[in-house]
Structure formats: C-alpha cells, structure tokens
Design a binder for this molecule. Structure first.
Ligand SMILES: Cc1cc2nc3c(=O)[nH]c(=O)nc-3n(C[C@H](O)[C@H](O)[C@H](O)COP(=O)(O)OP(=O)(O)OC[C@H]3O[C@@H](n4cnc5c(N)ncnc54)[C@H](O)[C@@H]3O)c2cc1C
Length: 376
C-alpha cells in the first residue's frame, strides 16, 4: 500500500485547532493541558518530538486508516502518564499518536456528560442489565464511566452500578488506565485490566480483534496490559456489580509507618493490589504492597537527592523491594533499578506477543518494552 504521510502536525484528519479544548475535567487539579493538541502529558512534561503526528479520529474506521498510514502508532488518552517512552509513538513524522477522546460519540459525552438509560446504540457506554455487563469506548474517562454507572439506577439496582474496584485518581481514559495496569488499592480485586473480560483492539494489520481469556489466554494476558505497544484499544467490556453503601470500620497499621510517611516531603501513598494474570502487571502472579514516594527535591529543583536515594536503596537492598518498571525516573535509578533481575519475563513476554499480534512493521516500539529489562 502507498503510504501517505501528512505534512503539518495539525493536518491529520483535520479539524480547526481552535476547536480543541483541554479534555481534562474542569475540576482537575492540573492547570496545564497537553492533549488533545500538544503531545505532552497533563503536567506539560515528557513532550514528544515535534514531528510526531497527532491523530484525532472521529470513528473506528479513521483509527484503522491512521494505523495503516504510519510506521509507528500509539494510542493516547489524556496524558496522565509520566514517562516519554510509554507515551510517545516515535521520534519523527512516520509516527502518530492517536487521541482516543476525539471519537465523535466519546467527545460529545465528555463535553456534555449525560446519563440516558437505556442509551441509544451510538452512545459510547452500553449497560446490559440482563447480563450485568457494560461496554464502553476506550476514550471515555473513568470518572464519566463511574458517574454513568452510578446514575444507572433501576428497580433492580437502586444505587446503580459500579466497577469492582477503580484507580486512585479517575480522570484518565479507561483505555489508558487498562493499558497501563492502573489500579487503586484492593486485595479482593486487581487493577482495572484484571477486571475487564473482553478487549477490542485495532491491530497493526488494519483489523479489529477481540481478546478474552476463553479465546486465547496467552494473547489475553499480553493484551490486558500492553502500554499501547500491541494495538489501539477501542472498546472494553466489564461485568459490573451493583453499587452499595458501606462503612469502613477497620484501620491498618504498619510498624514504622510514621517513619515512612514523615521522612518525605509528601506522605507516602500505600496501596495493595491483588495478584493479576496480565504478563506485565506489577502484580503478575502474586499480590503486592505498593509504596509511592515522591522525590520532590530532584523533581522541582533538579538536584540530586542523596538521602532519598539512600532510603530507596534500603527498600531495594534490605527489603527486596523493586522499583515499578513504569514510573518516571526508573531508568535513572541504577543500581536500584535492575529490570533484568526484577522483571525478568516482562520484556521478553510482551515483545513475543507483540510480534504475534503485529505482523507488519508497525508498532515498531516493541523494542522499547524490551528496554524495560536491561538496566542502563
Ligand atoms: C505504566 C503506568 C502505570 C500506572 N499505574 C497507575 C496506577 O496504578 N494507578 C493510577 O491511579 N494511575 C496510574 N498511572 C497513571 C495513569 O492511570 C495512567 O498513565 C493512564 O494510562 C493514564 O491514562 P490516559 O488516558 O491519560 O493515558 P495516556 O497517558 O495518554 O497514555 C498512557 C499509556 O496508555 C496507552 N494507551 C492510552 N490509551 C490507549 C488505548 N486506547 N489503547 C492502547 N493503549 C492506550 C498509551 O499508549 C500510553 O502508553 C500509571 C501510569 C503508567 C505509565
């Protein structure tokens, strides 16, 4: 096929640039907007190379067209990630990031949230009360999906529905949250990707495919958390429980937790995650406790923060902790970060799956996921 490249950054399936507004929820703490105009995350960091194209498809067909025109393709949501390698599709004009919030029906819902029940067939969220399932377009922000489910009150579900467990903050798209294995804190459920039971994905060969555990468990475990490397998630399918009110009556106490939280500029965020099957989930195979520490000194003042590094080093060397493979800064944390030792199967598994799913040369970024393994 003759490959068609677009010259101007804004010219990919053009609509007036002025028509784009920030897709962040207006109440979001962030006062910066990257997507859908600029390829940068919500903080304005990790911008992609200027030549990389921004695709704003209005339909699934346009997504497939864009995939077939470009060598390297990656979907993006609202840019709530903190890592250029996870976010950018490439470094030049043969690469395109496809903005999933721009599909016509998704965008209409983002701009004017509404809760029809039942919804018309072109509505981006479809609840089936008979089977207790929900299907949603990948660009729908998680907040809107949760609001929609909560408002879906019926005699059968007087408090509406919900997702089994959701993430810590909820303004990212559901496609982005699933693709990154995003999670909140729960030992009953894993992250969003482990709750989804079917994923529709646009592949590099220009087709739409459906993945589920029963069709092919191996591909499913790769597709569940693919960080945009395996294809563009277009639709997601969940079983949804009825919402119910509950009261938290237990408190957890960690010996030494005061020391952990007080030693940092911002308190550590402590979360739990049930074991997951997705190959590159950080909880693959066994439940995890996740400790989130912010290195504000080097983040804000760009200064080396030796005491911070020393504490992280204690966690890694004395407690057997490992750094999360995706978070900002991991490539710079050597010797604490050792991908080969800490995530031995991650790079290999996803690279293998990526090859079987993407026969053409697209999604050339497979190699990047392999870079999860070698420490630099
Ligand atoms: C690896 C990782 C793990 C994270 N874990 C958590 C967490 O546990 N809890 C939490 O609250 N937040 C977490 N975050 C932050 C946030 O939830 C995620 O970054 C989430 O992906 C942001 O969604 P977004 O719509 O802004 O996606 P973007 O930031 O725009 O994209 C993030 C990644 O998801 C891929 N992606 C986005 N949409 C699609 C799609 N439709 N199809 C295929 N791939 C897609 C992109 O290619 C990119 O690799 C994590 C971030 C990263 C990078």
């Amino acid at each position: 096929m003759m490959r068609r490249h677009y010259n101007a950054r804004e010219a990919v399936f053009p609509r007036a640039v002025e028509a784009y507004r920030c897709r962040e929820d207006p109440s979001s703490a962030s006062d910066y907007c990257g997507l859908p105009i600029r390829l940068a995350n919500f903080q304005g960091d990790y911008a992609c190379a200027i030549d990389v194209k921004v695709g704003r498809p209005q339909t699934k067909e346009e997504i497939l067209q864009m995939i077939s025109y470009y060598d390297s393709v990656k979907a993006v949501g609202v840019g709530h990630s903190w890592n250029q390698q996870q976010f950018c599709s490439g470094i030049n004009s043969s690469a395109i990031n496809i903005v999933m919030t721009e599909l016509t029906s998704t965008l209409a819902l983002i701009e004017k949230p509404q809760y029809p029940k039942p919804a018309s067939a072109d509505f981006p969220i479809q609840v089936n009360e008979g089977t207790l399932t929900v299907t949603a377009q990948a660009g729908v922000p998680q907040r809107i999906l949760l609001d929609y489910l909560a408002n879906y009150t019926t005699p059968l579900a007087p408090m509406g529905y919900s997702l089994p467990a959701f993430t810590w903050y909820i303004d990212q798209t559901i496609g982005g949250a699933v693709a990154t294995g995003s999670h909140g804190s729960s030992l009953w459920y894993g992250g969003l990707a482990s709750q989804v039971v079917r994923i529709e994905m646009a592949l590099a060969n220009g087709t739409l495919a459906n993945f589920s555990e029963s069709r092919n468990a191996h591909l499913w475990h790769a597709a569940q958390v693919g960080v945009g490397r395996l294809g563009v998630i277009t639709e997601l399918f969940w079983f949804v429980p009825q919402a119910y009110a509950y009261k938290v009556s237990a408190a957890l106490y960690f010996e030494g937790s005061d020391n952990i939280t007080n030693s940092f500029a911002t308190p550590a965020l402590i979360r739990f995650l049930a074991a997951e099957d997705a190959y590159i989930s950080v909880a693959n195979g066994e439940p995890q406790i996740l400790l989130n520490f912010e290195d504000d000194l080097s983040e804000i003042f760009h200064k080396e923060n030796a005491p911070f590094q020393a504490i992280i080093s204690i966690f890694v060397k004395q407690c057997g902790a490992r750094l999360h493979w995706s978070k900002a800064g991991w490539p710079t944390q050597e010797p604490c970060y050792n991908g080969v030792a800490h995530f031995p199967t991650h790079g290999v598994t996803l690279a293998a799956q990526s090859r079987s799913l993407t026969p053409a040369q697209m999604h050339a970024q497979t190699a990047v996921i392999v870079a999860l393994a070698p420490a630099r």
